[in-house]
Design a binder for this molecule. Structure first.
Ligand SMILES: [Zn+2]
Length: 312
């Protein structure tokens, strides 16, 4: 009975119909494969032209806060030594995600993620260990520290080059960072303005930051996610994330295409929480960033410093 039904279906579809069914299956399988493989963890995340994997940013920022070594230097060192873990431990006498000798691991190794072991191939341990090692000299004198890691001119020059590149990408401040790596423009500021949709005067409660759909959105400061709303529930904000920070401060990330956190998630400054979109009341792909103190919107630029826009 079942078999008859199946053959009847094949007969009615014909050869081209069967091909279509097969193609749909193949494409679905390929897409699923891509989604799954892209979720294989930060150690293997591909990076083009030295792009910093966003999953690592909060580790770098925390290492900077703990050891006073610029995050951009730690990222540059990761990039130049192993391409962010793409090819770890290629040198004979050094091992790890940021390579050190066995003796150095014993002396300086740090258990960055508190799992009770120092693992040279764990990015968190490797980044904290490098920060620890580089902080033993004057952390402000980057070149001296680097030469103690490896005294070779070409190596030092390359790391200093990437340090500058990353510094321009997200200059870190003490507590706040810019939410969009590499996109520094503001298309609409805080305060009175002409509403782009109605043409009427209104009050813009945040700042609009144009960026392509899918651009990573980073938490501007450590905090706890208190709201994740879908487009239909947010009254114009589109897909929305709200993070509660200390001091009665909240940050609002609106018009997102995706949210990667849920209410209750603890997030660190620089951690990716979502992706830029154009959901809700929006005329184009951008992030609306709002910061409220005691529930009242304030100019986000009084908290978050806009990086200079020299980078194309
Ligand atoms: Zn806006």
């Amino acid at each position: 009975m079942k078999r008859k039904w199946l053959w009847g279906l094949i007969g009615s579809l014909g050869v081209s119909g069967m091909l279509t069914v097969f193609l749909v299956f193949a494409i679905t399988a390929a897409l699923l494969g891509a989604v799954v493989s892209s979720d294989s963890g930060y150690a293997k995340e591909p990076n083009q032209e030295g792009e910093v994997p966003t999953a690592l940013l909060s580790i770098y920022f925390q290492a900077e806060a703990k050891y006073g070594v610029p995050w951009s230097l730690l990222a540059a060192l990761s990039k130049v030594t192993t391409g962010f873990g793409q090819h770890p431990g290629e040198e004979l006498d050094r091992i790890g995600w940021i390579p050190f000798s066995h003796e150095q691991w014993t002396l300086y190794g740090i258990d960055g993620d508190n799992d009770n072991r120092v693992d040279p191939n764990n990015p968190w341990d490797a980044i904290d260990t490098a920060a620890h090692f580089l902080s033993l000299d004057d952390p402000k004198n980057i070149e001296t520290s680097l030469r103690r890691y490896r005294d070779a001119d070409s190596f030092v020059q390359e790391v200093l080059h990437w340090t500058k590149v990353y510094q321009s990408l997200i200059p870190s401040s003490k507590e706040w960072i810019w939410p969009l790596p590499g996109f520094h423009d503001i298309s609409s500021g805080f305060g009175r303005r002409t509403d782009p949709l109605t043409g009427k005067q209104d009050f813009h409660k945040g700042i609009d930051l144009p960026a392509p759909i899918g651009t990573p959105v980073l938490a501007v400061r450590d905090g706890t996610v208190v709201q994740v709303l879908a487009e239909r529930d947010s009254g114009g904000y589109g897909n929305l994330i709200v993070i509660q920070h200390s001091g009665g401060v909240t940050s609002w990330y609106a018009h997102l295409s995706a949210a990667f956190v849920t209410p209750g998630t603890r997030v660190h400054r620089g951690e990716q929480i979502g992706a830029v979109g154009s959901t809700g009341r929006s005329t184009g792909s951008h992030l609306h960033l709002e910061i409220r103190v005691g529930g009242k919107p304030v100019d986000p630029l009084s908290m978050v410093r806009q990086p200079n826009r020299s980078r194309k």
